[in-house]
Design a binder for this molecule. Structure first.
Ligand code: AR6
Length: 192
């Protein structure tokens, strides 16, 4: 397995590595969910399988109160049996050629996930490559959007520091499943 790459940006360590998101010991992992919040395949299926039924029960409660989760939005549940304390469920865009607001929606998915993490006082968050599996977003373009969205979020926070310095992120990690996705995110991180 190829090695990880880390960079310190805006006081936060940004890491890209290859691995299984469900096995990360971080405060929260982010799920590439769908709007129903009812589970699915890919990383979503793996998270529900590894975390157990408590996660789906909480998702069902969220559905009752707000009727699911729109693309670009994010919600949070506990991590069930996972090592991560929380799962942040976000919904990326389905790729429809790039002219349908896909980049904006993908940016929002990362931004809203990070905002939920800091609202909960979390310090370490791990993401998958949202939308580049079943949703068909080209990896090269998604990697650019993902890393710029994270960097932009960190920059805005360092320009407008929160009152409570405890709530600063210390690590944002991308955990990528296959070597091609890893290498694409690595090149993108190198160029930041
Ligand atoms: N750890 C890290 N990455 C993973 C893992 C894992 N355990 N499993 C898969 N990936 P996808 P999407 C990678 O399809 O494109 C679901 O059915 C995978 O190789 O999981 O946002 C949802 O319910 C790919 O690189 O998410 C939605 O309906 C990346 O995670 C829909 O798929 C994202 O692939 C969402 O599609």
């Amino acid at each position: 397995m190829a090695g990880p790459l880390s960079k310190n940006l805006q006081g936060c360590t940004l890491t890209v590595c290859q691995g299984d998101l469900t096995r990360q010991t971080v405060d929260a992992i982010v799920n590439a969910a769908n709007s129903s919040l009812m589970g699915g395949g890919g990383v979503d299926g793996a998270i529900h399988k590894a975390g157990g039924p408590a996660i789906l029960e909480e998702c069902l409660q969220i559905r009752k109160t707000q009727g699911g989760c729109a693309a670009g939005e994010a919600v949070i549940t506990s991590g069930g049996r996972l090592a991560a304390q929380y799962v942040i469920h976000t919904v990326g865009p389905i790729w429809r050629g790039g002219g349908n607001n896909e980049a904006k929606i993908l940016t929002n998915a990362y931004r809203n996930s990070l905002q939920l993490a800091v609202d909960y006082g979390l310090k370490t968050v791990a993401f998958p490559s949202i939308s580049t599996g079943a949703y068909g977003y080209p990896v090269e373009e998604a990697a650019k959007v993902a890393l710029s969205a994270v960097l932009d979020f960190l920059r805005r926070r360092s320009e407008n520091p929160p009152q409570n310095s405890e709530s600063n992120l210390s690590e944002v990690r991308f955990v990528l499943f296959d070597p091609h996705t890893l290498n694409t995110y690595k090149s993108e991180l190198e160029s930041l």
